[in-house]
Structure formats: C-alpha cells, structure tokens
Ligand binder design. Structure first.
Ligand code: 3H9
Length: 699
C-alpha cells in the first residue's frame, strides 16, 4: 500500500488498483482530497500491473460533496475538474464503490468513473440546490444523460437522496453488492469488467437520453410552471433548470461552460451565502458547550403523552414513526377515541398518497396505546405533557407524574411559553423536567425548541437532543422566558403588525410586504387560516379590538368565509371593504388620522424589532448563539432560508443601520423600540451577530 498523501492510499491487488480516501467526517472534496485523488489516479492509471481501478472511501460515507467550508475563499489546486479529467480520462476502467451518501461533487466524481457499484443502504443525489447552488462539476450535464431530462430536473431542483435500488433502476448505479462487502464486491466487479473486456464507458459520450428532449422547450416551461410555488423567491432552482437546458441544447463541453457560468452566478449571490451559513447553523445548534459528548444519555424505549388533542396526537406520531412505543392519556373516553381517530386518519391520508403502506399504518397505530389513567405511565422513560396552557393544571399534572413515574424518567412539557421552573417546582425532581416545545402540526414541523430550566440535568438535555434527531426533528436549546425564542420574537412582529394597522396600513399591505420578503404568508392571512376566534370568548368580548369586532360579526377567518379578508368558495382571499371600514372607524375613534405607510416602513417596523428581540434573547442567555435563533425561525416560522434567518439578515443590513432605525422609532414611537444593550455594544465594537462568541450556557 502506498500513502499518496495523508488522506489517500493506493494499493494494487493483482490486476486491480484500489484508491482509498479517508478524510473524516464525510470525505468532502477539500484541497487535500483533490490533491490525493489527482495524484493517486495518475499513478494508478500509469501502473503496469493494474488493469482497472476502484475508488472507495473509508468511514461513514463515500464523498459527500465539495468541501463547503472552502467556498467563498480562494481554492488551491488541483481543481475538481482536474481530478475528474484524471478519472474519466484514465486508460483503464474505473469503478466507484459507493456506501453512505454520494452527494454533490461526490456523485459528480462517481459519474466520471466508468462504472458504479453500491451497497443497498447507499444513497446518491445532487443536493446543491439546498445550499443555493447547482452541481458545478458536470452534474447537470451528466445526470440527464443517464436518467433523462425530466428525472434530472426533479433531482437537481429537489436535492433528493435517491436510494441505491432506485439508482440501479435508473442506471445511475450498475450493480448492487452485499452490504458490508463493498470492497470485495467492487473488486469482483472490476475483474468482471476486465474479463469481459468492457469498454471505457463515458457518460459524456452518451446523448441518447437527451435527444428525446431536443426541440421540446415545453418540457422546461411545464416544469417551471408546475413548481412555481415551491421555487418562489429562490434563485437556485432556475439556474439548475437552465443548466439542464444547456445539457440538451449544447455540445457537452459548451454545456459544461454554461453550467460553470450559472454556478458562479449563484456562488457570488446573496442567497447561496445565506443558505450555506444556514447549513452550518443547523449543525452548530446541535452542540451545547457545557453538555459534551461525555454526558451519558438515558435510553428511551417508551413515551407517555398527556393529552390526545391535536398537539398530543401529532407528538405521538413522531415516536410511533421512529419505532418507539407510546401511551396517550386522556381524561374522557370520547376525547381519547377522537384523538386516536385523528391520528389514524392522518396515517391513512399519508398511505393514500403513497407515503407509507397500509401495513405501516397498522404497525404505527399498534405502537400507540390509549389509556384513561395516568397511573399507566409508571414504567415509561419519557412523558410529554400536552394539555392546554394553564399553569394550575400543568402543576397538578406534574405533581402526579412525580408520584407515578419511575425514578430517572424525563418529565417534559410542551408548553409554548409558560414558566417551566414553576412547573418543575411542583415536583421533587426538577432535574428531570424539561421543555419539549413542538410546533403544529407536530408530526410535520421540523423544529423542536428544547427548553432548559434552572435545574434540568445535563443527562436530560443530552437525551432530549439525541432523541430529537432520532425522530427527525431539528432541535434548538433555549432558555425559560415568556414565549421562549420563537414566540417571543413572533410577539415583537405581531405587535408591530397590529400597530401598523392602527396607523393606516391595511392587513393585506402588511401581508403582501412579508410575503414578498419570502414568508409563506403574512400575519393576517395566517390569523384567518388559524381562526380569529382562537382564545376569543364571546361573552367577554367588549368590541375593543378589530379582532373583537370581526369575531362578533362572525368573520372568524377562512372557516366562516370571511375574516380580515373576504373569501370566495375556493378560499381565495380578497381585501375586504368591510374590514377596511372597521379599521378606519377604529383609527378615527382613537383620534388619529390614517396615514400612508410605505412598504419600506412596513418591512422595517415588522423585522427590525425581531432582530432587536433576538439581541435581547442573546444578552439574557436564553439562546446560545445568534445562529440558533435563525434555526428556530427558518424551521418553525417560515423565515425564507435564502435570507438566512433574522439575525443573519440583521448582519446583512448592518447592525449599525438596525440600531439607528430602532433609535429613530424609539424617539417617535416610544419605549418598545428601545434598542437591546447588546446591539448598542456590537455597534460600538464594530462586530456582527455572526462574530459573537457563543454563550457558555443557557441561563
Ligand atoms: C458541491 O458538491 C458543489 C459541487 O457540485 C461543485 C463544486 C465545484 N463540506 O450533517 P452531519 C460536515 S456542494 C464540509 O452532521 P450526517 C458537517 O458540517 C456540496 N463539511 O452528518 C458536520 O461537521 P461537524 C454538496 C461538511 O451523518 C459533519 O460533516 N453536498 C460537508 O447527519 C457531519 O455532518 C452536500 O450538500 C461538506 N460538504 O449527514 C452534502 N458535509 O461535525 C452536505 C458535511 O463539525 N452534507 N459536513 O458539525 C450532508 O447532507 C450531510 O452532512 C450528510 C451526512 C448526509 C453527508
């Protein structure tokens, strides 16, 4: 065996040369890796004994793509293209041996190999779109030559990871080899290629699949139209589509040039910078400075959930989906039956769309047991309380759980803002109490705010973070404060949205500005969707707010055909003259005159207080890092990922500009705009949210 460099080895076994990469954690194509591969292939191809070459990786995965940390800086040679040329131009057949994930540049390297084998658990894909890019190393030119244009469009714009079996069917992989026997399987395959004297097949030379799409621009137009909603606001999907169009309409090398141009456009643009930042933000959020890998975790084999309402049922589904047994507790048999019925319906709907099989529906339902007795939770490893937001009820439940649950069981609450220290005080084991704040619908939404209370133990935190990953959530650790991180910042935005209305901006103006910014919908459209009467009690209504009046008129949102907006039978929203009149009457009654408010002011008034609130959260130690706040807002509140998150956006605008505006608002509109001390300090020191050191722990 020859060590080519610290991350690359070359061995020749009989007539097969084996190039082995070992660059943890994911064999990304860093400069060292490119250098090693380039040199190894030059040597392997020149080796007199070798008649074929296998490329294989050590560790958890085949090459997972370009090294994203290198982006944005100068890249040392050799380039990825040099490496690919060395592989594709090798005079001997090259076989890629794939396990784990061959993603992005990793798959693009594999597509330069003449043959590909994989283990059944492997996955392949071109996920560059998720970081605001396109496959910039020939992926958009080679992929359609194997899988055809339509499938290629779908793969590059969704970034999906295709399982090995499907990849085999599409021709992306030539053969599956036994799990755990990749090396032997790949060598055997290489020997077969040699024995059968198979050609040096190059993907670039095969135009059959793209011929079918030549002269059919409607394929691309239809694809754009069908996905317009999904792609709204994003730059990368369009450039991906254009690159595949180039594969169809241009000779291979010209197509490559066009792909490079479109790639560079994205790489230089603001969206990819935001999406790359976000990629690392999500991973960073998993690291808790004072809860290291050495902290033991508690095995969670069974979960109890209190409350079979929408939240409780949704939460239960997460665990059942992950193969964990669940007991749901309700007070009344009808409520329990209704709750379990909703869960079943949800599963059946997924099954009817092909998401899971009928058998899986039964398996998952089989894992969820209903009970009317909290005493049945004596043996569960974790309890999540999901009843309505009343402190007295929650404390009562926790006192009971303290009595019933086995020692060491984690006692979680799904409260969206109540004081968890107070809830924990109802028990004699506050170290076991933690906030597990799911977002609705809990079986769909990715975000989980994990709330550390004063006495929550490190084991309980470490277990919750690990469990979140196991059930497919993105967890962010936050501290106890009203609304925690997400709802607290939402509160700042909602307050301004309501105030803007009382100054003369119409709900649809505010919604439009926020929609155009990239949110899926604005706050008023959202209220109409959720129902204006949530938390509204007719008997207590005094007609003191616009919402009171709307509800009294039975304008309770989409469900009643009218709310802030008027709705047609297809639930299309139209600005409502009725609402407009109510608003104007309110403004007059308050002794003011409605004024014309610019879109710019609407945006600044809604967004800057969010950034300011984020700064307060950081200075109070209720979040570890600015980027954690961004993860909360992108995953839980529809902040457009191509704008990174509110704190990233604050850095883009410039903390000095945000501060100046907050001061201006404070001077004219009062204290609620008072800038956070941290924001003042940052500006004085010329720093940014991204550069702030992480808080050492959640307070
Ligand atoms: C590209 O290829 C462009 C080309 O087309 C053109 C070039 C010219 N780079 O996610 P995990 C780190 S663009 C650098 O927790 P998992 C990650 O930060 C790239 N670092 O593990 C983390 O570090 P830490 C296209 C990377 O098992 C550690 O690895 N490829 C990269 O849950 C473990 O990651 C992609 O977009 C990278 N490319 O998931 C794939 N990837 O431990 C991106 C990971 O310090 N990667 N790291 O926090 C993934 O989707 C997942 O990481 C993967 C593993 C599925 C591979």
């Amino acid at each position: 065996m020859t060590a080519i460099n610290p991350v690359t080895d070359l061995t020749v076994e009989g007539d097969v040369a084996i190039v082995t990469l070992n660059s943890p954690p994911v064999n990304a194509l860093s400069q060292k890796v490119r250098e090693g591969l380039h040199a190894a292939f030059q040597q392997a191809c020149a080796d007199g004994a070798a008649k074929a070459v296998v490329l294989i990786c050590e560790g958890r995965t085949f090459i997972a793509g370009a090294d994203i940390t290198e982006f944005g800086g100068a890249m040392g040679g050799p380039s990825l293209q040099d490496v690919q040329d060395a592989i594709e131009g090798c005079s001997k057949p090259v076989v890629a041996a794939i396990h784990g994930t061959a993603l992005g540049g990793g798959l693009e390297v594999a597509l330069c190999c003449h043959y590909r084998v994989a283990v059944p658990s492997a996955k392949v894909g071109l996920p560059e779109v998720n970081i605001g890019l396109l496959p910039g190393a020939g992926g958009t030119q080679r992929l359609p030559r194997i899988v055809g244009v339509e499938k290629a469009l779908q793969m590059v714009t969704s970034g999906e990871h295709v399982p090995a079996k499907a990849a085999l069917e599409m021709g992306l992989v030539d053969e599956l080899v036994d799990e755990g026997k990749l090396r032997d399987g790949a060598v055997a395959y290489a020997k077969k290629v040699i024995a059968e004297n198979r050609p040096l097949r190059k993907v670039r030379d095969n135009d059959d699949k793209i011929q079918e799409a030549k002269g059919k621009p409607e394929i691309f137009e239809n694809f754009r139209k069908a996905n317009a909603r999904k792609f709204r606001g994003f730059m990368a999907p369009e450039n991906n589509i254009k690159a595949v169009e180039a594969a169809v309409n241009l000779p291979f090398d010209e197509g490559l040039k066009q792909e490079r141009k479109l790639f560079n456009e994205l790489m230089m643009g603001p969206q990819s910078a935001a999406q790359r930042y976000y990629f690392f933000a999500e991973r960073q959020a998993q690291k808790i400075p004072d809860v290291g890998d050495d902290v033991a975790t508690i095995p969670i084999k069974s979960v109890g959930i209190i409350g079979a309402g929408t939240m409780g049922g949704g939460i239960a589904m997460n665990f059942a989906n992950a193969g964990i047994d669940v007991k749901i507790v309700e007070v009344k048999p009808e409520a329990l039956e209704r709750g379990l019925g909703v869960v079943r319906k949800n599963y059946e709907r997924t099954a009817s769309r092909g998401g899971i099989t009928a058998q899986q529906v039964e398996e998952r339902m089989g894992r969820i047991k209903g009970t009317l007795s909290m005493e049945d939770l004596a043996d569960v490893d974790l309890v999540i309380e999901a009843v309505f937001e009343r402190m007295d009820i929650k404390k009562d439940i926790f006192a009971n759980l303290d009595r019933i649950c086995k020692p060491g069981a984690i006692l979680g609450t799904n409260t969206s803002g109540l004081n968890i220290n107070e809830i924990a005080s109802a028990t004699k084991r506050p170290e076991s109490v933690i906030g597990l704040h799911f977002f609705s619908p809990a079986n769909v939404m990715k975000l989980l705010e994990i709330v550390r209370a004063d006495h929550t133990s490190k084991e309980v935190i470490a277990t919750s973070m690990k469990l979140a990953k196991q059930i497919g959530k993105i967890a962010v650790l936050v501290g106890v404060c009203p609304g925690f991180v997400g709802n607290r910042i939402l509160g700042a935005r909602q307050r301004e949205a309501q105030k803007l209305v009382m100054e003369g901006a119409m709900p649809w103006d505010i919604d439009r500005v926020l929609y155009d910014f990239g949110f899926p919908m604005g706050p008023f459209a959202m209220s109409d969707l959720a129902g204006l009467d949530i938390g509204w009690v007719k008997e207590r209504s005094k007609g003191e707010s616009i919402r009171d009046v709307l509800c009294e008129m039975d304008r309770r949102g989409q469900k009643t055909g009218a709310g802030y907006y008027d709705y047609d039978e297809n639930r299309n929203a139209k600005p409502s003259p009725v609402t407009e009149k109510i608003i104007n009457d309110f403004i007059v009654k308050s002794g003011r005159n409605p004024r014309k408010i610019s879109d710019e002011e609407i945006l600044e008034r809604c967004i800057y207080p969010m950034i300011n609130e984020g700064a307060k959260i950081l200075e109070e130690g209720k979040a570890l890092r600015a980027s954690d706040i961004d993860v909360v807002w992108v995953n839980g509140y529809g902040w457009p990922v191509y704008r990174g998150g509110p704190m990233f956006y604050g850095d883009q605008i410039g903390p000095d500009k945000v501060l100046a505006k907050m001061k201006e608002f404070e001077a004219t509109m009062g204290d609620v705009f008072k800038p956070a001390a941290l924001l003042e300090k940052m500006v004085a020191e010329g720093t940014t949210f991204a550069k702030l050191p992480a808080n050492p722990r959640i307070l």
